[in-house]
Design a protein around this ligand. Sequence first.
Ligand code: CMP
Length: 224
Amino acid sequence: MMIEQGAMKAGPGLAMLHSIPMFAGVPDAQLEAIARVTQHRKAPRHAAIVRAGDHTDSLYVIVSGSAKVLNSDADGREVIITLLGPGEFFGEMGLIDGSPRSADVVANEPCELLVIGKADFKRCLADNFDLCLNIMKSLVQRLREADRKIESLALMDVYGRVAKLLLEYSQLENGVRVVRRKLTKQDMAKMIGASREMVSRVMKDLEGSGYIRVEDGRILLNDD
Ligand code: CMP
């Protein structure tokens, strides 16, 4: 299912652009120019927003919801490269190096997106050093995450990989680390190269040993 063209709305307001890390430091006059060339779209859950191998024409910013970046082989087996949430962007790789899309990006929950066309995006980059720097910082952060993932795949057992994934996707809420994204066991398995059954077993052990607890469908990490 692709996102519907009919779901497109007028561009965003300045307040919305200000709340997006990619645009930090960009002066208002330039943000107004970006707002004029930005479209607003909605993607229902499970919609394929971009597909691996496709021609690249746009950059996407997630305003709300979350999306999975994934690759699959000819047998339909999938690996989830990462989960992206509000304020994060995707689709920059193809725009920067001119290659086809490197991965599928699929809505994990209903998403509200900002969409900037290729020519407009390149013009924004040329006009805004802060925007270039913010994108470079995000690319460096993604490279660091990929390095850590290679390390954990090579050196950790499934217990270690599950624990590391939970830590990575958690944030402090009133002194408690809470996993902030919707993570099913199937998704976790696809993120760490393990079977769903093995992830279920490890989660059960972690819960039984008091390392994690599940409340209202959310995973909470215990301190000690
Ligand atoms: P693009 O190749 O144009 O389309 C697929 C997108 O998935 C890609 O741009 C990136 O935006 C995103 N993507 C690919 N690999 C990663 C990664 N390791 N971390 C975060 N996002 C990624």
